[in-house]
Design a protein around this ligand. Structure first.
Ligand code: ARG
Length: 289
């Protein structure tokens, strides 16, 4: 092999990969129960503002060339706006959710019906799992969160369903109860065998998981606590544009340094339910149009 150049690499030129997302208008959004530390039923919520902020995220996806599918919101299911928990889809196969808390179980049939109606082969789970909130596709492997919501058994189940390696990561901070609140995959598409860039909040994981992340993703972006605490990691990325909270200013700068284009979207009202940009975005891989 010829000698490799060791000169400082210029900032990588990032490539956008158009995505297809499932979203749910927060017409019935409110905080009427508490299943995570962000939710305070005593604090008032402004549903109209939630819809307005959500609409901006939706419209920005479309303006940047993404496709957005919509699932009808159901009265009495205020958390349905967080569609990331509604399933996990790869290659037209849709692993359905089984929510940890009673309050969200009513969402299960809605997401299952939606997926069936859109050409997915739906696999019904035996074990508690909260969809893409805890399962993130990173190149060939599935990163899987545990500790608060999705069960260890669901990690084994998802490995079988998609016939892929699953890397279990243990979350330890109750504010970051889903994997997608603590880790973001910045390259949704990579060449076979390549590793995507990820960003994560080290303190959200136990020591063994941190070591595993360091080993697998040596050049990951490690995000500061201040950015994690405003849900900066709860972001979506198309490989170039990274949709993040405007409050995550440190992460924004880190992304620019790496050649990504941060797109700032404020979902402050939806944060009252403990969710942000990624929570409102389920990636659809396969299925019918
Ligand atoms: N209130 C919802 C819950 O606690 C928020 C879900 C956020 N979703 C996510 N993908 N992190 O279940």
């Amino acid at each position: 092999m010829s000698q490799m150049s060791v000169a400082a690499a210029p900032t990588a030129e990032r490539t956008q990969h158009p995505r297809r997302y499932l979203m749910c208008r927060p017409d019935h959004f409110t905080v009427s129960y508490s299943i995570n530390p962000w939710m305070e039923p005593a604090n008032p919520t402004d549903t109209a503002l939630a819809v307005q902020q959500w609409q901006r995220l939706h419209d920005t996806y479309l303006e940047l060339g993404h496709e957005v599918e919509l699932i009808d919101p159901v009265a009495g299911l205020p958390d349905m706006v967080y569609t990331a928990n509604g399933g996990f889809a790869i290659d037209g196969r849709f692993y359905a959710p089984r929510f940890r808390f009673e309050e969200r179980k009513g969402e299960e049939p809605a997401f299952i019906d939606w997926a069936r109606g859109h050409g997915f082969e739906v696999v019904l789970p035996q074990f508690t799992n909260e969809g893409e909130g805890d399962f993130l596709l990173a190149g060939d492997v599935i990163l899987a969160g545990r500790g608060f919501r999705s069960s260890d058994d669901s990690h084994r189940e998802v490995a079988r369903v998609f016939d892929r390696e699953v890397v279990s990561l243990t979350l330890v901070d109750p504010r970051f109860y889903h994997l997608d609140t603590a880790l973001s995959v910045l390259d949704p598409v990579v060449a076979e065998g390549q590793t995507p860039t990820v960003a994560y909040l080290p303190d959200a994981f136990d020591e063994a998981s941190r070591a595993e992340l360091e080993r697998r993703f040596p050049d990951a972006i490690r995000v500061a606590d201040a950015d994690g605490a405003v849900f900066g990691l709860n972001s979506a990325s198309d490989g170039k544009n990274v949709f993040i909270s405007p409050r995550a200013t440190g992460f924004e700068a880190q992304l620019r340094e790496r050649g990504y284009n941060p797109v700032l979207i404020d979902l402050s009202e939806l944060l009252l339910g403990g969710g942000g940009i990624k929570c409102c975005t389920l990636e659809l891989r396969g299925g019918a149009r």
